[in-house]
Design a protein around this ligand. Structure first.
Ligand code: FES
Length: 108
């Protein structure tokens, strides 16, 4: 599995999230939860809102457009916890202060 750099760790403060693009291809949302870096698709399955620009509370992100909530560890939608509304999650790792995401993007 290949990993590509996505952001500097210093740009993702604990308890926050961030939208990035990998290789100009797909948008990815990054989350910093209790020292753990998590990644999932940036596109909300409801209407395409940017999840990385939402509000992070613990391990739940609230979409900035209409307020749907997703668990950032599992991608599960709290309102409709069915696979069709889940957001794909991607492996991450941090090396030398840089966040990397597995690429090409394949859900875990
Ligand atoms: S686009 Fe995310 S809740 Fe509607």
């Amino acid at each position: 599995m290949k990993f590509v750099s996505a952001a500097k760790l210093e740009d993702l403060k604990p308890g926050t999230c961030l939208s990035v693009e990998l290789d100009g291809e797909r948008g990815v949302a990054l989350f910093h939860v209790n020292g753990e870096i998590l990644a999932m698709d940036n596109t909300c399955p409801h209407a395409g809102g940017p999840l990385g620009e939402g509000t992070l509370n613990g391990d739940v992100v609230t979409c900035p457009w209409h307020g749907w909530e997703f668990n950032v560890r599992t991608g599960q939608c709290l309102k409709n916890p069915v696979p069709a509304w889940a957001v794909p999650c991607y492996p991450t790792r941090v090396e030398h202060g840089v966040i990397h995401v597995a690429f090409p993007l394949e859900p875990v």
